[in-house]
Design a protein. Structure first.
Length: 358
């Protein structure tokens, strides 16, 4: 082999060494696989939503009014007290009503006696007419008297029923279980029929009223689904969405009534709450809420790069759906993150300790 041929590989090696010395950027060194569970981020199909503030109201709310005249004798409950269905909330004096009831009962007794006597007289007259001992006109008179006695009896029965109702009206009972919100009369006051007495509402069934711009109403009609977003991030799916068929001529917005399920939500009538309506579908990144780390006002995840290096990466989050949270910025499809932030922190701390010791 000639010397010229042997010099070629030596020259190549020299050029490679010079190039290595001139390049200041170190090549990435792959670390050992991480010792905690990771998750590869991917785009997921999810509903596209728009949210507006709505006002919570009770489905069952009413003001009870007097149906008879009297004086307030007792008000067992005060504002903010819980009242069971059927419990007495106001009691009136019933002297006048009981007197009318007894008078009606006496009238009924007299009417029953008259009706019985008229029935007997009609029977006797009918028998005598059949034997041709009395003229037919007598039978007609007996029949008319019997019919009148029957009508008087029915009238007396109706009077007893009406008088009984008036007695019942002296005791006001709760139509359903709920909270007493207002007392409009006090003990000792005289009331008249139609006068408001107390107001109350039930917290068992709530709904939300939302005003929506006309530009979004068509998409909301097409999908017909809504979700109420609580302050703690929980989402409550509506059991029904009622869209009013007309817009407000002043604001040009449509009113939507969102029915809520019977569940413990912490909502109270009069509160405002975010209500999201589905307007379409989109692709977005969603991660487990348990993978997020909160440091003051910063939200982050532990990201693992292709070289298995771990770092804390800040992210911007969006809506929360159960135990999953939407990520608006900071992650891309294909990124790997730690499922358990505590395990990732322990691993990262151990790596740094080993580096210091070395």
């Amino acid at each position: 082999m000639s010397p010229k041929v042997r010099l070629i590989p030596l020259a190549v090696i020299a050029v490679a060494l010079l190039a290595a010395c001139g390049d200041k950027t170190p090549l990435p060194v792959a670390s050992a696989p991480v010792q905690f569970e990771t998750l590869e981020v991917a785009m997921e199909s999810s509903p596209r939503e728009r949210a507006w503030d709505g006002v919570v109201e009770a489905v069952n709310q009413a003001t009870l009014s007097a149906q008879t005249a009297g004086r307030v004798l007792e008000i067992p409950f005060d504002v903010n007290d819980y009242v069971e269905a059927g419990q007495v909330v106001i009691r009136f004096t019933d002297v006048e009503q009981l007197s009318v009831s007894r008078r009606a009962s006496a009238t009924l007794s007299a009417a029953q006696a008259d009706a019985a006597e008229a029935e007997l007289a009609f029977g006797r007259t009918q028998a005598l007419v059949a034997k041709q001992l009395l003229a037919r006109a007598s039978l007609d008179q007996a029949r008319a008297r019997r019919d009148a006695a029957r009508a008087a009896l029915e009238s007396a029965r109706a009077g007893v029923s009406e008088a009984g109702e008036q007695v019942d009206y002296t005791v006001i009972k709760a139509p359903y279980s709920g909270i007493l919100t207002e007392r409009l009369v006090e003990v000792g006051e005289s009331v008249r029929p139609g006068q408001p007495l107390v107001s109350g509402l039930s917290l068992d069934q709530l709904r939300v009223n939302v005003e929506v711009p006309q530009s979004d109403i068509q998409a909301i009609r097409e999908h017909g689904t809504a979700t109420v977003i609580l302050t703690d991030g929980r989402r409550i799916d509506a059991t029904g969405v009622v869209i009013f068929p007309y817009a407000d001529p002043k604001t040009h917005s449509f009113r939507i009534r969102v029915e809520l399920p019977k569940a413990s939500t912490g909502l109270q009538p009069g509160m405002t709450v975010k209500t999201a309506f589905k307007t379409g579908d989109t692709e977005r990144i969603v991660v487990p809420a348990a993978a997020l780390v909160s440091r003051s006002e910063v939200t982050a995840v532990y990201a693992v790069d292709p070289a298995n290096r771990v770092s804390l990466r800040q992210v911007r989050i969006g809506h929360r759906a159960g135990d999953r949270v939407e990520v608006l910025a900071g992650l891309s499809a294909g990124d790997r993150i730690a499922v358990d932030p505590l395990a990732a922190l322990a691993y990262l701390t151990a790596q740094r300790t080993e580096s210091v010791n070395e």
